[in-house]
Design a protein around this ligand. Sequence first.
Ligand SMILES: Nc1ncnc2c1ncn2[C@@H]1O[C@H](COP(=O)(O)OP(=O)(O)O)[C@@H](O)[C@H]1O
Ligand SMILES: Cc1ncc(C[n+]2csc(CCOP(=O)(O)OP(=O)(O)O)c2C)c(N)n1
Ligand SMILES: [Mg+2]
Length: 324
Amino acid sequence: MPTSEFQLIQHYFKAGAAAALAQPNSPVRCGIGDDCAVLALPVGDELLVSVDTLVESIHFPQNYPSDMLARRALAVCVSDLAACGATPLGFTLALTMPNVDEPWLASFANALIVAAGEYDIALVGGDTTRGPLCLSLQVMGSAPAGAAILRSGARAGDIIYVSGQLGDARAALDYLNKAAHELSAAEQALLDRYHAPTPRLALGQKLRGLATAAVDVSDGLAADLGHILSVSGVAAVLHTDNLPLSPALTETCAERAIEFALSGGDDYELCFTVPAEHREVVARLSAELNLNISEIGYIEAGEGLTCYRADGGVFAPAAGYQHF
Ligand SMILES: Nc1ncnc2c1ncn2[C@@H]1O[C@H](COP(=O)(O)OP(=O)(O)O)[C@@H](O)[C@H]1O
Ligand SMILES: Cc1ncc(C[n+]2csc(CCOP(=O)(O)OP(=O)(O)O)c2C)c(N)n1
Ligand SMILES: [Mg+2]
């Protein structure tokens, strides 16, 4: 039974992570156990880095099963790599927990290593401390020099697209505490989207050289697209009719579906802009990846976002998620 902080790390994290290091093409020169991890960058590539924190009761519910926490945490952090078109390299984990609960840790570490394998991203280091349950994951990826997709490149005339469907995870918040046997199939489908978001890594990488700007939808489409607009110095027009809504969302809360899709957040889909002449390329990409990609509006000169309802009226979306 591991007891010390050092033994915990060795037992639960180093062993699992070591398997990734053994891969022939692993970029990890030195992983868990030294003062720094050492990663090899592919020749000609740049390093892309992002960190996100997940706090109990803010980002995930109390008493959340630790395997679900691990999976969700890595997915939402890797989603930032996807937005920039990065290829995953490695990540670090700063884990703060109130006490050592070995079954909790074992299931957390197992799920984390499995998810890391799915995204081909190696756990290369971290920090373990006592305190209220909280995780910070720093993810690192690479992209050919100059190819990273930024938020600042949207131009008037570009088409605005979004992957997948929006609003499901927000709708799921209302069912987080409902007993499993009382859930309808639609409610369960919404919860699945909250628990296991899908970072759109393959899409992001394919958008290199095609998208002028991209962002992942964490705070809500209106807010995150708003970041693209403000840093690109442009305006956007959306038609709420074009927002991709899942059957589960329209079945459970049709009257709030548009609101959830625009402002709910936790979608981890990609919203991106592409010059209109490349519409066909996006259609082919959607077929190739077997991924729904919806045209939701366009970029124009000016500032701010205008959302039109089907009846021609203007829908004013609520602000996205804000911590303060
Ligand atoms: N405490 C901080 N110190 C430095 N930069 C920060 C801090 N918090 C956020 N940022 C930066 O501000 C930008 C927006 O952050 P955020 O909204 O969290 O982005 P994302 O939704 O991609 O996680 C990012 O470039 C992020 O790196
Ligand atoms: C239990 C619970 N309640 C509410 C939410 C909704 N929520 C919390 S934080 C957040 C926005 C994303 O978090 P943030 O820290 O802003 O991530 P970032 O934009 O930095 O990726 C949302 C939609 C949730 N995920 N879980
Ligand atoms: Mg962030």
